[in-house]
Design a protein. Sequence first.
Length: 673
Amino acid sequence: QAWNGELPGTLPYAAGTGESPCEVISYESDGLPDDYRGSLLVPTWADHRVERYIPRPQGASFAADRKPFIQGGKEFRPSGLAVAPDGSLFVTDWVSESYELHGKGAVWHIRWKDAKPAPRPTDPKKALLSPHRPTREAAARALVKEAAGRKWLREQLASGNVRARAAALTALIDGGDKELDLARFARADAEVGIREMAVRALVARGAETLAFAADKNAPSVRAEAVAGLRGEAAFSPLLELLTDSDPYLRQAAIRRLGQLPEMLRAADYKTRTEPKQRIGILLAWRSSGIKDATRVLADFLADPDPDVRLLAAKWVSDEKLTAFRPQIAEALKSPSLDPRAFVGLATTLARLDDKPVNEDALASYFLARLIDKSAANSARLMALRAIPASFKPLRTEQLTELLRHDDPAFRIEGLRALTDRGDAKAAPVIREIAGDNRQPVAVRAQALVTLAALGPADVSYLSELAASQGPLRQDALRGLNQAKLSAAERTRLEGLSKGLTDSKNLIDRVLGKPFYANRPAPTDTDAWLKRLEGPADLEAGRRIFEHPRLANCSKCHRVDGRGADVGPDLSLAGRTERRWIVESILQPAAVVAPHYQPWRIDTLDGRTRTGLLVGTYLDVSEYVDAKGDRFKVEAKDVVEATPTPGSIMPDGLVDLLTDQEVRDLVAYLMSRK
């Protein structure tokens, strides 16, 4: 599911609100103080409050900052809002957490205490300046009916009162005023909202808007102007907008291209090397309403880009285009699918076959594929990756049975699933694999990572492996990280340090000694990029990513279905630049998407915790902290919950790793393409 614009063709939110708003009001009246005007008021059932959001421009859309408005007790469950004729507010309150009709509801009246009623002038010229929107708009509609009134309204377009200007401009546009120079307002007005209104009116009148669509200084004006593009001159700008970083501009271009059949056919997606353009063309075809639009689907289903293929499969799924079932079934056999594509294609087949589609149903489908020994190994392996480790019908015994599979890839994947599951009863079998010299080194090394996730380190066992000078020495030393050592064990490791120069920094880390020197500042990305040049081990990087005593990235991030769905999925992280990956590790707070906004939660018991909101059910919110540990808070216990700057991902991650481990980790993430 895409609820914040993650899927191409969907749009992000302006702000994340609490649960169950049944009404959103843009307050444009005179019954509250001036600073509330223009705020969005939103009831939040689960948090027992009405929230206030202050919009601010962000690209072609908006973001919004949250402010408190009304906070109630645990029985206050606001659902609906309405503005009264006098500008005060009414709030409906469901009271109970039950969804059943119970007869306990309430209606609250919110007023400005001791305030006198705001004047509502009857003279249209005075009424145009009223903060009460219906009053000023009614005045503008009355004035536009007469020539003198229209002249006066045109004069008000130079007013410093932007609401009066907007009402005047709306009335003049709707009244078809012939002396109104819309192009002048579209080009030069100081208020971007007025420019948008003027461009929208120009589009409605069929005027040429190409120049406005090219104005990169005003994204929201561009978005309005795109709707008026036409003719040969519009072809290149529309294709260029399909790759714009602003999703609202991309969507405007997709919509317009879908309205121009001849231009859409001329776009020729096969010659477009930029995947975003092919995605835009696909979405334009789908929205076009062209009778034979689905004829392009076969090519899109075979596109080299996974996003294009996924959206093509979604088209087939949403419209149940059964003619494409053979191509979907064939695509599902590919050994190179990533988990998202595997789940997407399986979902498409289920919908085409009228089977239920939900997480458990799909996991059951994948489990059936996994235990079918007649299925191709690649399909069984992908099924294993797609099954959540916590899925109850998948038993720990089934996973340990996979550790005897002929294919080492199966054994490694089974170990990764057991790492995610964290079932300590599997430890004896896993330790046996780690100590089996007949196993490939990669399998034994993965077994050590899984053991680290199942309980305290077995210091004696890992010390023996470290002293053996075998291929598992470095992985054994990683498993000793953060372990409690006896004096004898410390002495033994210090002795090893003298003879194993290639592992000295790993041993020093276990002993609590400095294990790196002269590192650049986290903000010096160029210096770090240079420092991280050199050979790297991708498999070691993956184990470091998943290791609970090292980076432990999988506590919050998923790759190929493994890990937790808290932070961004990193299965395709390598499609970004190396610089971006390094910066994200060094400076996790530099860029934080709205969905990953951390919250500071102050509770009645005097505790303060910081976490990322990962789920809400009725009165209980679940968060995950910087260590990846989850905690729950009841709404009745919260004094205040406030968004905090930065990222839940901790600073100083590289301080836990050697230079080579950082190099291996970055190389692993870069390989995820």
